[in-house]
Design a protein around this ligand. Structure first.
Ligand code: SF4
Ligand code: SF4
Ligand code: FES
Length: 277
């Protein structure tokens, strides 16, 4: 933003050399970036100096570096609008979308570090293999709607029930929540725990007002919901601000408790499901 012009002694606007210099500095600067370079888990940080201008996001800087200094730098992105979930990385140690992280929000006195997500196998530079997530998704029982309520094939639903699952549908599958979750990141329990993204997905199906499927036994066993100790790290990094822990995981945990540790509650559930079907 340009500095307001000063008024000189003759009453005229005077844009001084000092102000011009100040504005140029605000618009244009050289910043330092440390980008992880390497393949299959082996590599090192390489430092690049890059001219940046006001308004740039981390992905802009990575693209400039790729175009001018490191043509072989591997980076995944698609939309540059925070909607495809492809540009996930760890920026200054925090899981973030590169296209939604403004350089002006990062400490200019230190290099910006950019590294690949750690919870998934490393491919090259900033790219990881996230295909495990898509295999997990296939394991979750699909949507199974009850019979229509009316002869024209339509259903009646309460608005509150419709609204409850809308939040979960905002997920862009960036997998930043999976990356930050210590169960996957530190303990590598990929075979036993589906992770917060897929607990959100399971919650969207389980709480859907038309769904009749029962995913609770799988949530307890194959999907490993018990591994989650509600640290809420996943909620903190979600770029769509989905309240993963409070609105998805805790209600699912309550369903597991109701079904496996509360026999009376289980009977009520079976009875109400039969009535619905
Ligand atoms: S709240 Fe649960 S799922 Fe989320 S990061 Fe913590 S342990 Fe993982
Ligand atoms: S729940 Fe949020 S952090 Fe996790 S994959 Fe979806 S959008 Fe990304
Ligand atoms: S490029 Fe699509 S979310 Fe960043």
């Amino acid at each position: 933003m340009a500095t307001a012009p000063a008024t000189d002694v003759k009453g005229q606007d005077a844009y001084t050399a000092a102000q011009a210099q100040q504005d140029a500095a605000a618009h244009h600067a050289t910043r330092s970036f440390k980008i992880w370079r390497g393949e299959a888990g082996k590599g090192e940080f390489v430092e690049y100096k890059q001219d940046v201008v006001e308004g740039m996001v981390v992905l802009d800087a990575v693209h400039e570096i790729q175009a001018t200094q490191a043509n072989d730098l591997a980076v995944r992105w698609n939309c540059k609008a925070g909607k495809c979930g492809s540009c996930s990385a760890e920026i200054n140690g925090m899981p973030k979308l590169m296209c939604m992280t403004r350089l002006s929000d990062l400490d200019a006195s230190k290099p910006v570090t950019i590294e690949p997500m750690r919870a998934f196998p490393h491919v090259r530079d900033l790219v990881t293999d996230v295909s495990w997530n898509f295999r997990v998704k296939k394991q979750i029982k699909q949507f199974k709607p009850r019979k229509p309520d009316f002869p024209d094939g339509t259903w009646k639903m309460d608005q509150v029930d419709v609204d409850r699952v809308q939040e979960f549908r905002k997920c862009i599958e960036c997998f930043l929540c999976q990356d930050v979750c210590h169960v996957l990141r530190d303990h590598q329990k990929h075979e036993e725990f589906i992770g917060p993204r897929f607990l959100v997905y399971a919650a969207a199906l389980e709480m859907h007002p038309l769904d009749t499927e029962d995913r609770v036994p799988e949530l307890r066993q194959a999907h490993g919901i018990g591994y989650c100790n509600i640290t809420k790290c996943c909620t903190k990094v979600c770029p769509e601000h989905i309240t993963i822990t409070d609105n998805a995981i805790i209600p699912l945990k309550e369903r597991v408790v109701d079904e496996f540790f509360d026999p009376l509650g289980k009977l009520v559930k079976i009875f109400s499901r039969r009535k619905r079907d």
